[in-house]
Design a protein around this ligand. Sequence first.
Ligand SMILES: C=C(O[C@H]1C=CC=C(C(=O)O)[C@@H]1O)C(=O)O
Length: 366
Amino acid sequence: MQELIQHIEGAWASEMPFVAYHLPEAGEVNCFFPKDSQLRYLQHYDEAGFIFSPFKIESQTIVFPEASSEVLKFKLIDFGKESKSKFSIKENPEEKENYLKLLWEAIDQIHAERFKKIVVSRKISTAYNLQHPSELFLKLTQFYPEAFTYVWYHPKVGLWAGASPEVLAKTYRTQFKTMALAGTKPADEDRDWTEKELDEQQMVTDEITDALKNHTENLQISERQTDKAGDLLHLRTDIRATLASSKLGDVLKAMHPTPAVCGLPKEKAYQFLKVNEAYDRDFYTGFFGELNMPQHNQRSSRTQNQENQAYKSVVRVSNLYVNLRCLSYADGTINIYVGGGITKDSVPEDEWLETVNKSRTMLKVL
Ligand SMILES: C=C(O[C@H]1C=CC=C(C(=O)O)[C@@H]1O)C(=O)O
């Protein structure tokens, strides 16, 4: 653990890129330390490494290639330091008013039948002196073991950190997994899911299923379930398929941005967000994670006339998550990114409150 901290702090102090991450419920932390600070962009989804992709489809995906990085694993130890942060941000009335205006605009457009759903968002900025990214990362792993937690840094981009509950794409050989995640309520709120929330999530399931139809076979859709993400609950449907002749890159192109982060119809919603959201989402609601990284499997096989024999196989797997419940940091400022799905039944004040609740996921670790 001490070694992990030293590696992260060493890279941070010498302004060298790095990523440290923890996959849900995994026993170890993985890290990439690129050997130089050149900014590299992904050319093809056959490459192997850790990718960091922005929301905008026309922007490029950054890669820390496996081949030119030191790739390390560290055992994760529970260090029992669950100290809650006292850090808070005062509500800014002007920010609230502007966000309510955006919400009303989105709802009006839905009533005018331009959209069925749109996911609007905002950025909460505050002065903050981030000294130790390893501390931030370890708190994330402690508070949110069920999420994909990470801290990512490149000197030419800045630092990002988060705890994502949403799988965009997992692959194992030809097996493909994703999920439709939408609808939000506080975990301590004892109430049923509303029609609005059920509808909103169903739209995501339908759209993802539709996008996958042309690229996969054997589509399987699970029952809907409630999923915990920090102090929040979401509705979730798991979707599995077999990748046919299509490659992961084609599937991602068809899926991203899903209606869990953009809207329906996708292109119109995307244009609306570009014009009406008063800030650049940057990497928020983009995606990130392992691309074609080796997974070492050890199995024992008993063949005829042979002793039990252990053999190893290596399978290249991808684990990509949507960049939600995240923050960025540069030059003494922290930005926390939050949004929510708007449908015809949305109530602006409730949607505002939902973003306040979502911001607590990151505030807790500051
Ligand atoms: C856009 C966000 O969440 C998405 C994922 C789950 C639930 C959502 C919702 O209930 O609106 C959003 O679609 C965010 O956390 O910033």
